[in-house]
Design a protein around this ligand. Sequence first.
Ligand SMILES: *Cc1c(COP(=O)(O)O)cnc(C)c1O
Length: 349
Amino acid sequence: MKYNFGAGPCILPQEVFKEAAEAVLDFNGLSILEISHRSKDFIKVFEETRNNVKKALNIPDGYTVLFLQGGASLGFLIAAMNMAGKHKKAAYINTGTWSTLAMKEAQNAGLEVVEVASSKDKDFTYIPTKFTVPEDVDYLHYTSNNTIRGTQFHFIPETTVPLVCDMSSDIFSRPIDVSKFDLIYAGAQKNLGPAGATLFIVKDSVFGRSSMPIPTYLDLKTHKDKDGLFNTPSVFSIFTANLNLRHLLSIGGPEKMKIINQEKADLLYNEIDTNPNFRGIVEKESRSLMNVVFSLTDETKKERFNQLCDEAGIIGYKGHRSVGGYRLSLYNALPLSSVKVVVDLMKSL
Ligand SMILES: *Cc1c(COP(=O)(O)O)cnc(C)c1O
């Protein structure tokens, strides 16, 4: 038995793995891996997936759901190019590695980037709450959950300019008010499905608004005009994401998921706070429910704790190489029972 606390690709519900495996062998007489993305069978899956995204997030009319490729890493550039308006200038909140990379890609796209807030002064251990967004920017960008640093926005930044968010590592983990956003993007592999697809939720006013020439694939309008099937999408990733969305909806959607995720995170943070062997790294109000980052108070116990984790089959517990310490990711499909296993290990150290 292994317990997957990895930061991504991540655990999915066991029944999703099983159904996906069955479809690899037989999906209406063919393998899901060989069916045409233009076939009736796939179009049906594709439409259901897009509808399930809308259902799960209560997406209002006036938004389009797309599944592209290139991960959130290409999403940084796609967001910047498509959101660029008359100012060719964008505001970014910098909360760690992924935001920093997003800013770099906006610069690569030729935009002037204004860093309106940053938590770099304290090694990205908190979420800045005070910032002023200039009026002459085309959009404000932030990263809702900082997968590497273990911080998370528990509020939506107030702004009068269009709002863009990289939600790669907490989408579908809690309800969100999509109407506040012009563009949301997320790599599939952290709460949605296997790696391969990148989800874009696009307000319809974004299509064609850009002030710069955009290569065909990177232009969101290309995909809107072809109803999401401009080229061959990541069929298996989308298919499996849909199995996961069906599962999520069947248990009560992100509303219910948030309660479950809170319970898991509370259990672990409580152990970190009360066990003298451990300490949290992140400021309490900024703690992520998805990625829990902490360290030992006495580094000489490292070998012993790592050994306990290894022997128990805990996978993916080490902190990101840029941070050190420990990081346990509690994505949607990770059961409470797995958190209990690790908490018992912490108690036994
Ligand atoms: C993992 C991650 C990325 C990078 O995603 P890829 O799909 O691997 O490009 C970007 N942003 C956040 C918040 C992430 O967690």
